[in-house]
Design a protein around this ligand. Structure first.
Ligand code: NAD
Ligand code: UDP
Length: 314
């Protein structure tokens, strides 16, 4: 297939490009580098990968046939989308409209990278796809949550009214190499702090929960969903739920760090629980996560160690 990936230079986008080229597909990556890094793409085979530097909130020009559009462009870390609120709303709305328009004009498939944030601060745990969520539209996180909810509605409309062959993946917290050192998410924050023996900054009392999925598991689920014929949303994530405090302790142990734990204010509307119900992904795709937290964190810690060393040497 010839596959367009928006947000290709980001954390997930670049791992997707690895998977797709590895499976023998041709990939056209698109990114404006607002939170991405060209270095994430530099290793890709030039006979299978081409790149267009472009902001997808403007008309997306792609020559030639396209079999699938994977729309992954969007700031994704809470720190990023709080710093880039309008860009986040625009890429979720205008960017999704343009990416769907591209899919329609090429008669190709389309996948939206949606998020567990569509469930907001959920009132049920774990969250099945049938849950409509508990989102504050005017809070600071609303710029991301509502953009993604709009993007899901737009995707279903293109499916229903233009018969585009669409998919919606609701991605839960994912981690791994190529996360940005300073993107502000809990995984890079804690690992960096631990490696420097700086205090780990736990927001609030640390009893809020998350469920962390290693990137190779996520990418496998996304690939299987692309090959399926499912149009309604599918959760992909790891249901192993833990508190943020337990996560901090796991990082301290795995890095043998001397860091203390300090508490900082809990961000506004920070979800108190989050855990995917993956019954649908299991039944539909025969998919489930395989990489245990400790193993995934080892690879991620090695990556951050190497990145930190390289930046000291520069
Ligand atoms: P990321 O910030 O590493 O990657 C996003 C990429 O999109 C970046 O390379 C950025 O430059 C690009 N981008 C943003 N706006 C753009 C625009 N207007 N035009 C072109 N490129 C643009 O984030 P990520 O973690 O890789 O997330 C990728 C996607 O997955 C996002 O849509 C995000 O909402 C979704 N997602 C990620 C997670 C996660 O845990 N990583 C969880 C839920 C959903
Ligand atoms: N968090 C924390 N310390 C940090 C960064 C994040 O305690 O230095 C918490 C944050 O409040 C949230 C959880 O870790 O409860 C996950 O935050 P992240 O920014 O990774 O993404 P989210 O899951 O909120 O989208």
């Amino acid at each position: 297939m010839r596959i367009v990936v928006t947000g290709a230079a980001g954390f997930l986008g670049s791992h997707l490009c690895d998977k797709l080229t590895g499976e023998g597909h041709e990939v056209v990556g698109i990114d404006n580098f607002i939170t991405g890094d060209p270095a994430n793409l530099s290793h890709l085979p030039t006979n299978q990968f081409s790149f267009l530097e472009h902001d997808v909130t403007r008309f997306i020009p792609v020559d030639g046939p396209v079999d699938f559009v994977l729309h992954f462009a969007s700031p994704a870390s809470p720190v990023d989308y709080l710093e880039l609120p309008i860009q986040t709303l625009k890429v979720g709305s205008l960017g999704t409209h343009n990416a769907l328009g591209l899919a329609k004009s090429k008669d190709s498939g389309f996948m939206l990278a949606s998020t567990s944030e569509v469930y907001g601060d959920p009132l049920i745990n774990p969250q099945p796809e049938s849950y409509w969520g508990n989102v504050n539209p005017i809070g600071p996180r609303g710029v991301y949550d509502e953009a993604k909810r709009f993007a899901e509605a737009m995707t279903m409309a293109y499916h229903r009214y233009h018969s585009v062959d669409t998919r919606i993946v609701r991605i839960f917290n994912t981690y791994g190499p190529r996360m940005r050192l300073h993107d502000g998410r809990v995984v890079p924050n804690f690992i960096n702090q631990a490696l420097k023996n700086d205090p780990l900054t736990v927001y609030g009392d640390g009893r809020q929960t998350r469920s962390f999925c290693y990137v190779s598991d996520l990418v496998e689920g996304i690939y299987l969903l692309m090959l399926s014929g499912e149009h309604e949303p599918v959760n992909v994530g790891n249901p192993a739920e833990m508190t943020v405090l337990e996560f901090a302790e796991a990082i301290l142990k795995l890095t043998s760090s001397r860091s203390a734990i300090v508490h900082k204010d809990l961000p506004v509307d920070d979800p108190q629980v989050r855990r995917p119900d993956i019954t649908k992904a299991k039944a539909l795709l025969n998919w489930g996560p395989k990489v245990p937290l400790e193993e995934g964190l080892h690879s991620t810690i090695d990556y951050f160690r190497a990145t930190a060393d390289a930046s000291v040497q520069r």
